[in-house]
Design a protein around this ligand. Sequence first.
Ligand code: GTP
Ligand code: MG
Length: 219
Amino acid sequence: MANRMSFLGRNNSSSSILDGPRLFYHKVCLTGVSNVGKTSLFLRMKTGVFPDAQTVSTNGVDTQLLVRNVTGGKVGMSLNDTLGVEKCGTLTANYFKGAECILFMFCIEDQYSLESLDDAIKETSKHVTSSTCLFYLVANKVDLMSEITADRVTEKQIELDCKKVFYISAKTGEGIDELFDGIATDLNMKAVNTLPEVSRIQLHVTQTQGGHGDKKCAC
Ligand SMILES: Nc1nc2c(ncn2[C@@H]2O[C@H](COP(=O)(O)OP(=O)(O)OP(=O)(O)O)[C@@H](O)[C@H]2O)c(=O)[nH]1
Ligand SMILES: [Mg+2]
């Protein structure tokens, strides 16, 4: 797959994520208007906690590598965070380039943030479509009172052609494991289904053997 990064394992005890098996990292991008909690989710994944201090509005692009266990192996993801779509401008060209998964994020106490995803989809569709990239709707701040009906969320899911809706709280951690386990499983399925048959068999062997070392690498 042209748009997947791969990293070789290294003998570096300070870098656990790059030790061990060789992994592909699927590009996953967060998008949505300002204040929906993209950076809060990003930082929770990076540090394991909700950022205490008020986050400063993001002013660029930040990336981190994640690895999730799925049935039969591990899935790598490079998670990308950027500023709200309304301020993004020309940044998006590189931001969405090669993305395999987009998380359209909104805040459940802010109807505007859901409706504004129409602008986000216009921007992303210049670079990727739901036929080549997995789209998900992510409703953040479920620890707060919702002002949006479930029906409206479902309508938006259909309008944006999103595969699933995930309800999360970057603050309490609710729903976050389900989100990343869910997309890792789907990315893994997508990768297996788009590989040529010979590579699929190699990938299966790699995953069932645990994939340690270059000998068992599927690429
Ligand atoms: N109650 C609650 N507040 C949250 C949650 N997630 C984020 N916030 C708060 O929402 C505000 C905005 O969060 P950010 O993570 O900076 O939002 P953003 O989408 O990255 O915003 P931009 O960088 O401007 O695009 C901050 O005050 C966060 O503390 C959540 O799950 N629950
Ligand atoms: Mg931010």
